[in-house]
Design a protein around this ligand. Sequence first.
Ligand SMILES: [Zn+2]
Length: 446
Amino acid sequence: QWFVRYLDLKDKFRERSDEVKWLPEHMKIRLYNWIDGLKWDWCISRQRFYGVPFPVWYCKNCGDMVLADIEELPVDPRLEKNGRKCSRCGSSDLEPERDVMDTWATSSLSPRLALVPAGYFQSLYPMDIRFQGHDIISVWAFVTIVRSEIHDSLSPWKRIFISGNVYDPLGQKMSKSKGNVLEPANFIEQYGADALRFWASSSVPGDDIKIKEQDFVRGRRTVIKLFNAFKLLELIRSDKPLKKLNTPPSNMANAWILAKLNSVVKDVTDLMDQYLFSRARTQLDNFFWNTFCDNYLEIIKGYGNTDTDPALQDETVSVSYHVFLDVLRMYAPIMPFITEELYLSYPEHGKSIHVDLWPSFSEEFIFQEAEGKMDYIIEVIGKIRNLKTGNKMSMNTPLERVFINGNSRIIEEGRDIIMGMMKIGSIISEDSPEILVSLDEKQENK
Ligand SMILES: [Zn+2]
């Protein structure tokens, strides 16, 4: 058997592991336990048919070991001996080594294998990050650190991200013998690859994750929602050119959506930087479904009409396209296909969304006053929605007259928005510390 001697290097391995940022941090303990428990050196030889061969022969005459020259590598001693003779007795009767290397002996070199042939070793080593499962911390992560210490006295990466395993819907490990294996290809066939990735993005670093079919359904619905939202933006824009975004916007809803976008960009970026994908996606889902689709798009739906003030129309088109583009950019790592498709449908677009810039937080988009007022208007609209639901009306049911108690100054500013979105003929407002909405008795009894 062939061994790599390393028991005397335990402290070094711990040191290298400390230089790496572990995501999540608590996974590091698994490696420490493994290092502390090591009792034997690393046996790298296996008696198997396939594997990387050891470049070694043995002299049948005197038993001496004959090593290949570095220039000869790679060489399979079972297939060739390159006219070699024993350096001790001169015999050419050589026996090849028949053992091959264990898989971890080669996979421990993965950073080098990726970088050296491409000529990037000097500039990119240690690598930024390793992604791997928790079940192979004591093998793949450990042996990569071993090789990096022995070859280069460096840690192999700056960070290591540990993912969990995928379990069946009941939380059981999948296996052929149990017959509970679910093939990703079937889900891709049924829901699309974006939906599969949407589900995968709900995983928490280090934790195992169950197959949850409702997440595929939600992913699929998000893909369709993105598609439909863009169709609506195109309808509002009709064939007008996309104008440059001018800030601050004159319209309250436009200022509000930019301010909300700004906050969500900050939150999603912070969470992504910490590799908390599922929490980042939740923030983004909330913004896209609730703030953007349920509220903003409902407000601007009618702005494509011919009777809309052209200046408001231009402003709304540029704001809505700007916000939606940032939504696409943030969804791009999670759902690469639909986002690319829609990105390439933009009037002016780059080569690919995946080489485009990540959205950035901008001081220019802080509109506290407009945001506060519009939040208030959204609250009023929420009350009117409840009122409609309570009276078993659809959201499109027109209302002749609605009484609104609350901050009548803000309600006045948002009058057009409230009336347009809730299909209201007239609003009568009165000052009150609390928001209260009510209908004409006549309508309520209809
Ligand atoms: Zn010999």
